[in-house]
Ligand binder design. Structure first.
Ligand code: OGA
Ligand code: MN
Length: 315
């Protein structure tokens, strides 16, 4: 096999890494990959064909896992396709909105790894957007405006916006039965509050920390808050800050949830799509956010947040 070769994409993030077998990494290769991960935030490894164990082992190089290797798929074990009304399919469709993984949980994710097993004939690409470059693209007035702002992050909220009710979202989560993904009902109703600007714990670079789970900025009304978050997202997720990957089975991608957003692109829901997902926990020192109504925020949280937590305008 030729030597390790890292080719940056033309976008502000992302690189394709060839000439390496992730299942058999030497120490120098690992150091180069970790450095490229910090620099480019998304790494694409074509044609790796990792087993679930190999994928989890690669993930553990980055830290403790909250999801070892789980199939994110609309296909049942017997080969039938789950209908669009299915609760789990609702969760998968939700992934078509820009987000960062586990930001709705007290401990947000450090990194996620996705590998393609079975792809639809068209669509079903994944996209990532660079929130470091997005922050750099903001004008000074906007940077000052958001410097001290935070937003709640809730999966019940984001799924409600995507058309899925709270009980369906909860049952979809329960059916996944993974430690990192099984949020208790309490946790879902008591979302963490996270600053809009995040400093990367390794590189020190500031980035926008937003996405579909974010809503309800304390100190703003719901409409103003929604408008600000939507405007930021719209500006952030544009070229040259967006990378798209069209998957071939066997491809592996890892991304840094601390500074990029990602989303799935739509595909024909009657066709199977099987992805294997591994998730690396964030560092409690830098990715933990206390529940907004928990003891840490008990005195500082406006009571108007209670109605937000239940989903604005939805029963
Ligand atoms: C995920 C995710 C997008 C995709 O696995 O966390 O959002 O394209 N996936 O499947
Ligand atoms: Mn995701």
């Amino acid at each position: 096999m030729p030597d390790l070769h890292i080719e940056p994409s033309p976008a502000t993030l992302g690189a394709t890494v060839r000439g390496v077998e992730l299942a058999h990494l030497g120490p120098a290769e690992w150091r180069a990959i970790e450095a490229a991960f910090h620099d480019r935030a998304v790494l694409v490894f074509p044609g790796q064909h990792l087993s679930a164990t190999e994928q989890a082992d690669f993930g553990r190089r980055f830290g403790d896992l909250s999801i070892e290797a789980m199939a994110f798929t609309n296909e049942n074990p017997d080969g039938t396709i789950r209908p669009v009304e299915d609760a789990l399919v609702g969760l998968l469709r939700g992934n078509e909105g820009w987000h960062t993984d586990s930001s709705f949980a007290p401990l947000a994710a450090k990194a996620s790894i996705l590998s393609a097993v079975k792809m639809p004939a068209s669509g079903g690409e994944t996209e990532w957007a660079d929130m470091r470059a997005a922050y750099e693209a903001l004008d000074e007035a906007t940077r000052q405006r958001i410097a001290t702002l935070s937003a709640l992050h809730s999966l019940v909220h984001s799924q409600a916006v995507a058309g899925q009710g709270a009980s369906s979202t909860a049952s979809a989560l329960a059916s996944l039965r993974s430690p990192g993904y099984s949020s208790s009902p309490d946790q879902l109703a008591d979302p963490p509050l996270r600053p809009l600007v995040k400093t990367h714990p390794v590189t020190g670079r500031p980035s926008l920390f937003i996405g579909r789970h974010a809503y309800g900025i304390p100190g703003m009304g719901p409409a103003e808050s929604e408008r600000l978050l939507a405007d930021l997202l719209d500006l952030a997720c544009r070229p040259p800050r967006v990378l798209q990957h069209r998957w071939a089975p066997g491809d592996v991608v890892i991304w840094d949830n601390r500074c990029v957003l990602h989303r799935a692109r739509p595909y024909d829901p009657t066709q199977p799509r099987i992805m294997h997902h591994t998730r690396v926990r964030g560092d409690p020192a830098t990715e933990y956010a206390a529940p907004s109504r928990g003891p840490a925020h008990a005195s500082g949280t406006p009571s108007s947040l209670t109605s937000w937590a239940e989903g604005p305008g939805r029963s």
